[in-house]
Design a protein around this ligand. Sequence first.
Ligand SMILES: Cc1cc2nc3c(=O)[nH]c(=O)nc-3n(C[C@H](O)[C@H](O)[C@H](O)COP(=O)(O)O)c2cc1C
Ligand code: SF4
Ligand code: SF4
Length: 250
Amino acid sequence: MKGLIAFFSGTGNTEYLVKFIANEFEKRNIECELFNVENNEELKDEYDFYIFASPIHVEVFAKIFTDWLSSKAPEVDNKRCILLSTQASALGYGGRQVSKMLERKGYNIVYMKSISMPNNYYLGKFKATTEEKKKEILSEVPLEVSNMVESFLKDEVYIEKESLYVTELCKLVYKIYMPTLNKFAKKNLTIDEEVCVKCKKCERECPVGNIKFDEKISFADKCIACQRCVQKCPVNAFKYQGKHFKQLKL
Ligand SMILES: Cc1cc2nc3c(=O)[nH]c(=O)nc-3n(C[C@H](O)[C@H](O)[C@H](O)COP(=O)(O)O)c2cc1C
Ligand code: SF4
Ligand code: SF4
């Protein structure tokens, strides 16, 4: 038996989770291939089961992930799948957002859950997760994952309840909020020239090619506010509205 885990991860939380999941399957001699949807490749139906995972952006799945799911995830014939979100709060509304589309593609969603992870979006009015809460959240991941894998292998079904009404509302809010997200970097971010080592990691790793680094950094208008550049700069050179901040470390 071989599974595929297709994921998007802006700053590493979702990647942290899916690596745990792959490892948990491997402990049971089941291979799980990891596939980052940023590769933007179309996949063939070569797997016995599928796991899809992405962070929640503005209460629903990030667009980069839903775009890949709808255009590049393979059509299958009744294959079992797990659908996961990571988000700062207890519940995300990603599942219902894409469940109909996945069913149309032939997936049988047998496990659907939103998993709480530390908040990566706290530049501005939102709050960072405290160190204490972060420890608590991360300490729950191993049990969460092993229960999930056990449940899946026993052919059980677990579908987290999400309101269709709230999901539709969140989709609308995300759409309305998108132009603001697109300008997130341009409007708010600068870099501290004395700290930046000009490695260009930010330019290389922006998932939507929104950063250009010639002599100076510049941003286009297609940012998705994923927070990768600011959280993953190796020397924390970014400033938000002119001020330095503490990066999220798992
Ligand atoms: C643009 C943006 C919007 C977000 N919106 C929400 C949200 O509505 N609700 C929530 O609980 N977390 C929200 N988050 C937090 C992330 O979903 C959470 O930290 C996630 O685990 C990040 O995963 P990643 O590191 O794989 O990108 C948001 C993060 C970003 C970057
Ligand atoms: S990742 Fe950080 S250090 Fe590297 S070029 Fe970008 S801002 Fe400068
Ligand atoms: S500019 Fe930064 S926040 Fe915006 S999409 Fe690129 S990496 Fe993400």
